[in-house]
Design a protein. Structure first.
Length: 350
Protein backbone atom coordinates (compact mmCIF):
# COMPACT_ATOMS: atom_id res chain seq x y z
CA UNK A 1 0.00 0.00 0.00
CA UNK A 2 1.27 3.49 -0.90
CA UNK A 3 2.10 5.53 2.19
CA UNK A 4 0.18 8.74 2.63
CA UNK A 5 2.39 11.85 2.75
CA UNK A 6 1.00 14.58 5.00
CA UNK A 7 3.71 16.96 3.78
CA UNK A 8 5.67 16.71 0.59
CA UNK A 9 8.61 18.81 -0.63
CA UNK A 10 9.51 18.75 -4.29
CA UNK A 11 12.80 20.19 -5.53
CA UNK A 12 12.72 22.83 -2.79
CA UNK A 13 15.57 25.36 -2.73
CA UNK A 14 16.14 28.31 -0.43
CA UNK A 15 18.83 30.83 -1.25
CA UNK A 16 19.86 33.77 0.92
CA UNK A 17 21.81 36.77 -0.31
CA UNK A 18 24.44 37.93 2.16
CA UNK A 19 26.98 40.79 1.99
CA UNK A 20 30.49 39.63 1.15
CA UNK A 21 32.24 42.02 3.56
CA UNK A 22 31.37 44.80 5.97
CA UNK A 23 32.13 47.60 3.48
CA UNK A 24 31.72 45.73 0.20
CA UNK A 25 28.55 46.36 -1.76
CA UNK A 26 28.73 42.95 -3.42
CA UNK A 27 26.63 40.05 -2.25
CA UNK A 28 27.06 36.32 -2.34
CA UNK A 29 24.44 33.58 -2.44
CA UNK A 30 24.07 30.96 0.31
CA UNK A 31 22.24 27.83 -0.78
CA UNK A 32 20.64 26.90 2.53
CA UNK A 33 18.56 24.27 0.74
CA UNK A 34 19.30 22.89 -2.70
CA UNK A 35 16.60 20.95 -4.56
CA UNK A 36 15.33 19.01 -1.54
CA UNK A 37 12.63 16.41 -2.21
CA UNK A 38 11.17 14.74 0.86
CA UNK A 39 7.91 13.16 2.00
CA UNK A 40 6.77 13.15 5.62
CA UNK A 41 4.32 10.28 6.03
CA UNK A 42 1.22 10.52 8.20
CA UNK A 43 1.75 9.46 11.83
CA UNK A 44 5.46 8.79 11.47
CA UNK A 45 8.35 10.35 13.34
CA UNK A 46 10.87 11.39 10.71
CA UNK A 47 14.31 12.13 12.16
CA UNK A 48 16.45 14.76 10.44
CA UNK A 49 20.19 14.87 11.15
CA UNK A 50 23.15 16.74 9.73
CA UNK A 51 25.93 19.06 10.83
CA UNK A 52 25.38 22.61 12.00
CA UNK A 53 24.42 24.97 9.18
CA UNK A 54 23.32 22.21 6.76
CA UNK A 55 19.79 23.66 6.51
CA UNK A 56 17.64 21.73 9.02
CA UNK A 57 15.99 24.76 10.63
CA UNK A 58 15.56 26.41 7.22
CA UNK A 59 13.64 23.32 6.12
CA UNK A 60 11.49 23.58 9.28
CA UNK A 61 10.74 27.28 8.67
CA UNK A 62 9.70 26.57 5.08
CA UNK A 63 7.36 23.73 6.11
CA UNK A 64 5.80 26.01 8.74
CA UNK A 65 5.23 28.63 6.04
CA UNK A 66 7.34 31.20 7.93
CA UNK A 67 9.50 31.64 4.81
CA UNK A 68 8.91 30.96 1.15
CA UNK A 69 11.12 28.69 -0.94
CA UNK A 70 13.21 30.30 -3.68
CA UNK A 71 12.24 27.39 -5.94
CA UNK A 72 10.17 24.23 -5.65
CA UNK A 73 6.87 23.26 -4.10
CA UNK A 74 5.78 22.37 -0.57
CA UNK A 75 2.45 20.57 -0.31
CA UNK A 76 0.46 19.92 2.85
CA UNK A 77 -2.14 17.21 2.28
CA UNK A 78 -1.64 17.72 -1.44
CA UNK A 79 -2.24 21.49 -1.38
CA UNK A 80 0.54 23.82 -2.49
CA UNK A 81 1.36 26.19 0.41
CA UNK A 82 2.01 29.06 -2.00
CA UNK A 83 -1.61 28.89 -3.17
CA UNK A 84 -3.14 29.44 0.31
CA UNK A 85 -5.03 32.68 0.98
CA UNK A 86 -4.97 34.36 4.42
CA UNK A 87 -7.90 32.33 5.78
CA UNK A 88 -6.46 29.02 4.55
CA UNK A 89 -3.04 29.98 5.90
CA UNK A 90 -4.55 30.52 9.37
CA UNK A 91 -6.15 27.08 9.20
CA UNK A 92 -2.83 25.59 8.07
CA UNK A 93 -0.96 27.27 10.98
CA UNK A 94 -3.36 25.60 13.39
CA UNK A 95 -2.48 22.19 11.99
CA UNK A 96 1.32 22.55 11.92
CA UNK A 97 3.15 23.51 15.10
CA UNK A 98 6.73 23.82 16.27
CA UNK A 99 8.65 23.06 19.45
CA UNK A 100 11.80 25.16 19.59
CA UNK A 101 15.31 24.21 20.61
CA UNK A 102 15.70 26.72 23.40
CA UNK A 103 13.08 26.47 26.15
CA UNK A 104 14.48 29.65 27.72
CA UNK A 105 13.98 32.08 24.84
CA UNK A 106 10.91 30.53 23.21
CA UNK A 107 8.52 31.57 26.02
CA UNK A 108 7.59 35.22 26.58
CA UNK A 109 8.99 36.05 30.07
CA UNK A 110 6.32 38.74 30.67
CA UNK A 111 3.38 36.39 30.28
CA UNK A 112 2.01 33.76 32.63
CA UNK A 113 1.81 30.15 31.47
CA UNK A 114 -1.96 30.57 31.21
CA UNK A 115 -1.53 33.55 28.85
CA UNK A 116 1.10 31.70 26.78
CA UNK A 117 -0.94 28.52 26.26
CA UNK A 118 -4.35 30.18 25.96
CA UNK A 119 -3.14 32.50 23.17
CA UNK A 120 -3.29 29.88 20.36
CA UNK A 121 -6.56 28.58 21.83
CA UNK A 122 -8.06 32.07 21.45
CA UNK A 123 -6.54 32.85 18.06
CA UNK A 124 -7.85 29.62 16.56
CA UNK A 125 -11.11 29.69 18.56
CA UNK A 126 -10.53 26.19 19.88
CA UNK A 127 -12.62 26.42 23.02
CA UNK A 128 -15.14 28.86 24.57
CA UNK A 129 -13.73 31.61 26.80
CA UNK A 130 -15.18 30.12 29.99
CA UNK A 131 -13.39 26.83 29.35
CA UNK A 132 -9.96 28.28 28.58
CA UNK A 133 -8.54 27.71 32.06
CA UNK A 134 -9.63 24.07 32.15
CA UNK A 135 -8.21 23.45 28.68
CA UNK A 136 -4.85 25.02 29.66
CA UNK A 137 -4.75 22.81 32.78
CA UNK A 138 -5.60 19.76 30.66
CA UNK A 139 -2.77 20.52 28.21
CA UNK A 140 -0.29 21.09 31.05
CA UNK A 141 -1.38 17.84 32.68
CA UNK A 142 -0.88 16.03 29.37
CA UNK A 143 2.67 17.45 29.21
CA UNK A 144 3.32 16.16 32.74
CA UNK A 145 2.79 19.43 34.67
CA UNK A 146 -0.13 19.15 37.03
CA UNK A 147 0.75 21.07 40.22
CA UNK A 148 -2.19 23.25 41.32
CA UNK A 149 -1.88 26.89 40.23
CA UNK A 150 1.02 26.16 37.89
CA UNK A 151 -0.66 28.10 35.09
CA UNK A 152 -0.43 31.36 37.07
CA UNK A 153 3.36 31.29 37.23
CA UNK A 154 5.90 32.91 34.87
CA UNK A 155 8.45 31.06 32.68
CA UNK A 156 11.46 32.09 34.83
CA UNK A 157 9.95 30.16 37.74
CA UNK A 158 10.46 26.83 35.90
CA UNK A 159 13.42 24.59 35.15
CA UNK A 160 14.62 23.96 31.57
CA UNK A 161 12.83 20.61 31.35
CA UNK A 162 9.59 22.10 32.69
CA UNK A 163 9.81 24.96 30.19
CA UNK A 164 10.26 22.49 27.36
CA UNK A 165 7.10 20.71 28.60
CA UNK A 166 5.29 24.06 28.52
CA UNK A 167 6.53 24.53 24.93
CA UNK A 168 5.15 21.10 24.04
CA UNK A 169 1.80 21.88 25.74
CA UNK A 170 1.62 25.13 23.73
CA UNK A 171 2.40 23.30 20.47
CA UNK A 172 -0.32 20.73 21.19
CA UNK A 173 -2.92 23.39 22.08
CA UNK A 174 -4.15 23.70 18.50
CA UNK A 175 -4.46 19.90 18.15
CA UNK A 176 -1.95 19.85 15.29
CA UNK A 177 -1.48 17.06 12.78
CA UNK A 178 2.21 17.80 12.19
CA UNK A 179 4.65 18.92 14.90
CA UNK A 180 8.18 20.01 14.07
CA UNK A 181 10.60 19.54 16.96
CA UNK A 182 13.79 21.48 16.28
CA UNK A 183 16.39 20.06 18.68
CA UNK A 184 13.86 19.87 21.52
CA UNK A 185 16.26 18.23 23.96
CA UNK A 186 19.63 19.80 23.21
CA UNK A 187 19.38 22.38 26.04
CA UNK A 188 18.45 19.74 28.61
CA UNK A 189 20.42 17.41 30.83
CA UNK A 190 20.36 13.67 30.13
CA UNK A 191 17.66 12.62 32.64
CA UNK A 192 15.32 15.41 31.55
CA UNK A 193 16.07 14.54 27.90
CA UNK A 194 14.77 11.03 28.54
CA UNK A 195 11.57 12.36 30.13
CA UNK A 196 10.91 14.70 27.19
CA UNK A 197 11.61 11.94 24.65
CA UNK A 198 9.18 9.59 26.41
CA UNK A 199 6.60 12.36 26.52
CA UNK A 200 6.98 12.99 22.77
CA UNK A 201 6.66 9.25 22.02
CA UNK A 202 3.57 8.90 24.25
CA UNK A 203 1.88 11.91 22.73
CA UNK A 204 2.72 10.89 19.18
CA UNK A 205 1.19 7.48 19.75
CA UNK A 206 -1.88 8.56 21.72
CA UNK A 207 -2.72 11.59 19.56
CA UNK A 208 -1.57 10.04 16.28
CA UNK A 209 0.39 13.11 15.25
CA UNK A 210 3.19 13.25 12.70
CA UNK A 211 6.56 14.58 13.85
CA UNK A 212 9.64 15.95 12.14
CA UNK A 213 12.34 15.45 14.78
CA UNK A 214 15.49 17.51 14.19
CA UNK A 215 18.52 16.72 16.30
CA UNK A 216 22.30 16.37 16.37
CA UNK A 217 22.01 13.51 18.81
CA UNK A 218 22.10 10.37 16.64
CA UNK A 219 21.24 7.80 19.36
CA UNK A 220 18.16 9.85 20.35
CA UNK A 221 17.15 10.21 16.70
CA UNK A 222 17.50 6.45 16.18
CA UNK A 223 15.46 5.80 19.33
CA UNK A 224 12.49 8.03 18.45
CA UNK A 225 12.29 7.89 14.65
CA UNK A 226 10.58 5.53 12.23
CA UNK A 227 12.69 6.87 9.35
CA UNK A 228 15.81 9.03 9.29
CA UNK A 229 16.91 11.61 6.70
CA UNK A 230 20.51 12.80 6.56
CA UNK A 231 21.32 16.31 5.29
CA UNK A 232 24.58 17.68 4.05
CA UNK A 233 25.06 21.28 2.84
CA UNK A 234 21.43 21.86 1.94
CA UNK A 235 20.81 18.49 0.27
CA UNK A 236 19.31 15.23 1.51
CA UNK A 237 21.98 12.58 0.96
CA UNK A 238 20.22 9.58 2.51
CA UNK A 239 16.76 8.54 3.72
CA UNK A 240 16.36 5.22 5.47
CA UNK A 241 14.14 3.21 7.78
CA UNK A 242 15.20 3.08 11.44
CA UNK A 243 16.58 -0.45 11.14
CA UNK A 244 19.02 0.59 8.41
CA UNK A 245 20.50 3.34 10.63
CA UNK A 246 21.59 0.63 13.11
CA UNK A 247 24.06 2.59 15.26
CA UNK A 248 24.62 -0.26 17.67
CA UNK A 249 24.69 -3.13 15.15
CA UNK A 250 28.03 -4.93 14.72
CA UNK A 251 29.93 -3.90 11.60
CA UNK A 252 29.01 -7.08 9.73
CA UNK A 253 25.28 -6.40 10.17
CA UNK A 254 25.40 -2.74 9.21
CA UNK A 255 23.51 -1.46 6.18
CA UNK A 256 25.47 0.38 3.50
CA UNK A 257 25.42 4.14 3.90
CA UNK A 258 26.29 7.35 2.13
CA UNK A 259 29.93 8.19 3.01
CA UNK A 260 28.71 11.22 5.00
CA UNK A 261 26.30 9.10 7.07
CA UNK A 262 29.14 6.65 7.76
CA UNK A 263 31.26 9.59 8.88
CA UNK A 264 28.48 10.81 11.22
CA UNK A 265 27.94 7.36 12.71
CA UNK A 266 31.64 6.73 13.23
CA UNK A 267 32.06 10.15 14.83
CA UNK A 268 29.89 9.19 17.82
CA UNK A 269 32.22 8.89 20.80
CA UNK A 270 31.99 5.41 22.33
CA UNK A 271 33.98 3.89 25.17
CA UNK A 272 34.71 0.87 22.97
CA UNK A 273 38.40 0.44 22.34
CA UNK A 274 37.93 -2.10 19.54
CA UNK A 275 35.61 0.29 17.70
CA UNK A 276 37.99 3.19 18.26
CA UNK A 277 40.73 1.08 16.66
CA UNK A 278 38.44 0.22 13.75
CA UNK A 279 37.80 3.90 13.20
CA UNK A 280 41.52 4.75 13.07
CA UNK A 281 41.75 3.25 9.61
CA UNK A 282 38.22 4.20 8.65
CA UNK A 283 36.37 7.16 7.37
CA UNK A 284 37.19 9.63 10.14
CA UNK A 285 40.86 9.50 9.36
CA UNK A 286 40.52 9.20 5.62
CA UNK A 287 38.39 12.35 5.44
CA UNK A 288 41.62 14.27 5.96
CA UNK A 289 43.62 12.25 3.45
CA UNK A 290 44.58 13.59 0.08
CA UNK A 291 41.80 12.86 -2.35
CA UNK A 292 42.46 10.65 -5.39
CA UNK A 293 41.16 13.27 -7.77
CA UNK A 294 41.92 16.94 -7.23
CA UNK A 295 40.15 19.81 -8.87
CA UNK A 296 40.36 23.54 -8.19
CA UNK A 297 37.27 25.48 -7.13
CA UNK A 298 37.06 27.18 -10.55
CA UNK A 299 37.16 23.86 -12.39
CA UNK A 300 34.57 22.32 -10.12
CA UNK A 301 31.10 22.23 -11.55
CA UNK A 302 28.16 23.85 -9.72
CA UNK A 303 26.51 20.45 -10.14
CA UNK A 304 29.16 18.57 -8.12
CA UNK A 305 28.12 16.27 -5.31
CA UNK A 306 27.88 18.41 -2.15
CA UNK A 307 30.10 15.96 -0.22
CA UNK A 308 32.73 15.83 -2.99
CA UNK A 309 35.25 18.06 -1.14
CA UNK A 310 35.38 15.87 1.95
CA UNK A 311 34.54 12.45 0.60
CA UNK A 312 37.42 9.95 0.81
CA UNK A 313 35.99 8.04 -2.15
CA UNK A 314 35.25 10.94 -4.50
CA UNK A 315 36.05 10.47 -8.17
CA UNK A 316 36.12 12.67 -11.23
CA UNK A 317 32.41 12.07 -11.90
CA UNK A 318 31.49 13.29 -8.41
CA UNK A 319 32.96 16.71 -9.22
CA UNK A 320 30.86 17.06 -12.37
CA UNK A 321 27.50 15.46 -11.68
CA UNK A 322 25.28 15.66 -8.65
CA UNK A 323 24.10 12.12 -7.82
CA UNK A 324 20.37 11.39 -7.78
CA UNK A 325 18.59 9.43 -5.06
CA UNK A 326 18.75 5.68 -5.67
CA UNK A 327 16.75 3.02 -3.82
CA UNK A 328 19.45 0.65 -2.57
CA UNK A 329 17.08 -1.45 -0.47
CA UNK A 330 13.39 -1.27 0.43
CA UNK A 331 12.61 2.35 1.43
CA UNK A 332 16.34 3.07 1.74
CA UNK A 333 17.57 5.83 -0.59
CA UNK A 334 21.10 7.14 -1.06
CA UNK A 335 22.36 9.94 -3.31
CA UNK A 336 25.88 8.77 -4.16
CA UNK A 337 27.56 7.59 -7.37
CA UNK A 338 28.94 4.58 -5.47
CA UNK A 339 25.48 3.01 -5.42
CA UNK A 340 23.21 1.53 -8.05
CA UNK A 341 19.50 0.64 -7.81
CA UNK A 342 18.98 -2.43 -5.61
CA UNK A 343 22.75 -2.87 -5.31
CA UNK A 344 24.71 -2.70 -2.10
CA UNK A 345 27.57 -0.74 -3.49
CA UNK A 346 30.04 -0.66 -6.37
CA UNK A 347 33.69 0.34 -5.99
CA UNK A 348 33.71 2.55 -9.04
CA UNK A 349 31.19 5.36 -9.39
CA UNK A 350 28.63 4.43 -12.04
N1 LIG B 1 18.06 34.59 7.27
C1 LIG B 1 19.20 34.12 6.80
N2 LIG B 1 20.03 34.91 6.09
C2 LIG B 1 21.19 34.42 5.59
N3 LIG B 1 21.62 33.16 5.75
C3 LIG B 1 20.86 32.34 6.47
C4 LIG B 1 19.60 32.76 7.04
N4 LIG B 1 19.06 31.70 7.69
C5 LIG B 1 19.92 30.68 7.54
N5 LIG B 1 20.99 31.06 6.82
C6 LIG B 1 22.14 30.21 6.44
O1 LIG B 1 21.60 29.01 5.91
C7 LIG B 1 22.39 27.91 6.31
C8 LIG B 1 21.50 26.88 7.00
O2 LIG B 1 21.09 27.40 8.26
P1 LIG B 1 20.15 26.60 9.26
O3 LIG B 1 19.86 27.48 10.42
O4 LIG B 1 19.01 26.05 8.52
O5 LIG B 1 21.13 25.40 9.71
P2 LIG B 1 20.88 24.23 10.75
O6 LIG B 1 21.13 22.95 10.02
O7 LIG B 1 19.57 24.40 11.42
O8 LIG B 1 22.07 24.45 11.79
P3 LIG B 1 22.11 24.17 13.38
O9 LIG B 1 22.26 22.68 13.51
O10 LIG B 1 23.32 24.90 13.83
O11 LIG B 1 20.84 24.68 13.99
C9 LIG B 1 23.50 28.46 7.18
O12 LIG B 1 24.64 28.62 6.38
C10 LIG B 1 22.97 29.78 7.63
O13 LIG B 1 24.02 30.69 7.88
MG1 LIG C 1 18.96 24.75 13.42
Amino acid sequence: MEKDAICSLQQVSKHYKVKKGFFAGTTTKIKALDEVSLDIFRQEILGLVGESGCGKSTLARLILGLEKPTEGTIRFEGVDLSSLDARQLRKFRKRVQMVFQDPFSSLNPKKTIFQIISQPLKIHRICPKNQLRNEVKRLLHMAGLSNPGIENRYPHEFSGGQRQRIGIARALATRPDLVILDEPTSALDVSIQAQIINLILDLQESREITCLFISHDLPIVEFVSHRIAVMYRGTIVEIMPKKAFSLSAPNSAKSPHHPYTTFLIESIPVPDLQRQEDCQGGVIQSLNKEKPFEQTESERSEAACTFYDRCPQSREKCARISPSMIEVAKEHFIACHLFQTGQQRSDQPT
